[in-house]
Design a protein around this ligand. Structure first.
Ligand code: BTN
Length: 225
């Protein structure tokens, strides 16, 4: 069962860091760390993740049943935990978007060879405003017109995660494809540009370029708006 045991911090540096410590100390599959506030929240590609105190769902799960498609499954589960009329979509590999703005990010860390991973999720719930540099690219549920509380949302998310992690790979890939925000869009990455054409069975992005189909080695691509 995901979410048991649970440790909640009013403030910590990073829930992923706390969950890693617990994993190394032998915490069971499903152990959950949450926080109201992080002083050193980590994002993908070495970036920071920040959110005003109490405004975001900040959570990390210790997982001991590993799957290479975990980051994709987590993104689908986040979308499925939201109201259907939010029409949440996924920007490869696992940013959750509402109206082409980032609502939630996912960071998977861990040691596959030791049989554990930490799944970290940050989801903007009640943020009213973002700093200038994020104003055009980020959103929260509240800013998008959805007034939800963090705890009921967390409970729903644990359920959708449980379902997604147990579902067959084909179903996951189909659910991911239905929410693919990049399909048909022009994208660029460090090393090229082209038109996004879905993902392969390993979860790599497929891009059609003038030279043919490719799967960019870069961990992320940028939408050419
Ligand atoms: C990203 O989109 O760059 C990933 C952001 C992941 C942020 C979450 S917040 C909870 C957990 N703790 C962290 O330090 N990071 C993740």
């Amino acid at each position: 069962m995901l979410g048991v045991p649970r440790v909640h911090h009013r403030a910590t540096d990073s829930t992923n860091e706390r969950a890693k410590e617990l994993a190394l100390a032998g915490a069971p599959h499903g152990t959950l760390v949450t926080a109201d506030e992080q002083s050193a929240g980590r994002g993908r590609q070495g970036r920071a993740w920040t959110a005003p105190p109490g405004s975001a769902l900040l959570m990390s799960l210790v997982l001991r049943e590993l799957d290479p498609l975990l980051p994709l499954a987590a993104a689908v589960a986040v979308c499925e935990a939201l109201p259907e009329d939010a029409h949440a979509r996924i920007k490869w590999p696992n940013d959750v978007w509402l109206e082409r703005r980032k609502l939630a990010g996912i960071l998977v860390e861990g040691r596959v060879q030791e049989g554990w991973a930490v799944l970290g999720i940050g989801l903007n719930v009640s943020t009213d405003a973002f700093p200038d540099e994020l104003a055009e690219i980020a959103t929260s549920l509240r800013l998008s017109g959805f007034d939800l509380e963090r705890e009921p949302l967390l409970a729903e998310l644990l359920l959708t995660l449980e379902r997604r992690l147990a579902a067959p790979e084909d179903e996951l890939l189909a659910a991911w494809a239905e929410r693919d925000a990049l399909r048909g869009e022009r994208v660029r990455w460090d090393g090229g540009q082209g038109r996004a054409a879905g993902i392969d069975r390993g979860g790599s992005l497929i891009v059609e370029t003038e030279e043919g189909r490719t799967t960019p080695a870069a961990g992320e691509v940028h939408l050419l708006r």
